[in-house]
Ligand binder design. Sequence first.
Ligand code: CP
Length: 318
Amino acid sequence: MLKTSVDPKQEKCFVKKKRKDLISLKDLNVNEILGILERGDYWSDHLNSRFSIIPRTVDNPIVSNLFFESSTRTRFSFEVAAKKLGFHVLNFEPQNSSVQKGETLYDTLRTLESMGTNAAIIRTSEENILQEVAPLLELAVINAGAGANEHPTQGLLDILTMRQHFGKLNGLKVAIIGDIKHSRVANSNIIALGKFDAKVFLSGPENLLPSDDSELIGPHTQIVPVDYAVQEADVVMMLRLQRERHALSNVADNYFRDYGLSRERFNLMQSHAMIMHPAPFNRGVEIDGDLVEHPRSLIYKQVSNGVAVRMAVLERAL
Ligand code: CP
């Protein structure tokens, strides 16, 4: 449906842009991440206050949401974040757009930019298209999840949630369990946590783990058995099976017993350790349904922090 590549015959030069893209957490240094987390803390403290609503005027920025894959949290938290900042929001619907007539992503974005859009928030199944188009555009390109590659704002909201709860990131032990190979969330968390010298335990079915030569496997990551990961960790982050990205026939049987966060496995966790999940979750598949809203679950705190972090990311972008 989406023509993903930039036309190779296109001779447009890279633009000198004032706005700041967010495509990969690899592109941010520790100080830049800390700046976003501090601003995220600020918005997190003010989210329920009416003072967080900045009046919208005709001159305020315009952001466009372009979601070529389904989403609930990311799409609506970006919209809430933008509205709380007083921005105007355009919700692009690929199925009702000229993408259906063959328009490329670049030409779609260039069109929105010509109408005054200042930032494009894009979710796509393509892994590298955003890196291709962003340098050609003046609007800020924000990655809202790109295939199995990265989901930088999810990584940021996850580490914001960890830092708020534990008061630090350095030295934290985080277990990421499940379908890591297809998880852009795992990738962004591994990149972010590595910048803060946190330790990451990876666990899951062998065919859903990153390969040994993956750039994600480094000094701060370790592939370990699931029960070891659960026992050692300060944070147990469960992942959904990415059913849309691979056939499940060889992993679905006994998945909950072998890798899910059951009550029994939860009892192995240290008393201070907390449950996280980027969601959407499948109760009874990778996590016991009753644990989702357990007092030691941060899952809905992650969701509300999604608004705070995305406010910080939009401020930085514009
Ligand atoms: N965590 C996350 O990206 O959720 P959505 O797919 O609902 O946006």
